[in-house]
Design a protein around this ligand. Structure first.
Ligand code: 5GP
Ligand code: MG
Length: 183
């Protein structure tokens, strides 16, 4: 759906569909250059990273493999709990593989730092992170994020895979949710 379909629920549109696609093509070009001659496995974190994975994978003009993990951290609220559970593990053995974890947003970074140490213990050949969005708090965590789309202010955003109570994931743009929706 388009921003116009949920206009009263949004304070503003942060990034349009077009801006997102342009950014993903830029990130894909960097990844192509960095991984020339190496096989890559991109790992999407369900469910939020579905859109980023689909569009980033198609922006990459080379072969790759895709796998998925599902972890839970948030419950249904708008604050990170720091409690991480694996709901669905990888189907792939990542030993000696070049792995890029693809996420849609890093907020506190708690989820991802836990995930990265978990994946690192499986001895991949390399392990990097690609995220479309990153919030300021994430910078306090000691996670090296190689590919970042945009750093954004500390506001709750929805769209392009990002939900509020499972809604808005199918919004084409990314917007800031109006407080009246969740308060
Ligand atoms: P973290 O552990 O980095 O605090 O949060 C990770 C997860 O929280 C993200 O993958 C995402 O699912 C959710 N999250 C964090 N910030 C936002 C936000 O602004 N909007 C939405 N919809 N989800 C968020
Ligand atoms: Mg996520």
């Amino acid at each position: 759906m388009d921003s116009a379909d949920v206009e009263p629920d949004l304070v503003n549109i942060l990034f349009t569909e077009e801006q997102i696609q342009t950014k993903l093509r830029e990130l894909a070009a960097k990844i192509e250059a960095d991984y020339a001659g190496r096989e890559i496995l991109i790992v999407g974190i369900l469910r939020g990273a579905v859109m980023v994975m689909a569009d980033l994978a198609r922006a990459l003009n080379r072969h790759l493999e895709m796998d998925w993990m599902a972890v839970s951290s948030y419950g249904s609220g708008t604050k990170s709990s720091g409690v991480v559970r694996i709901l669905k593990d990888l189907d792939t053995d990542i030993t000696n593989r070049h792995v890029i974890v693809v996420d849609e947003i890093i907020d506190t970074g708690l989820t991802l730092s836990w995930l990265i140490s978990n994946l690192a213990s499986r001895n991949p050949a390399s392990l990097e992170i690609c995220t479309l969005l990153r919030k300021p708090e994430a910078l306090q965590m000691d996670i090296a994020v190689k590919y970042v789309g945009w750093d954004i202010p500390n506001e709750f955003v929805v769209g392009y895979g990002l939900d509020y109570q499972e809604k808005y994931r199918n919004l084409r743009d990314i917007g800031t949710l109006a407080p009246h929706v969740y308060s």
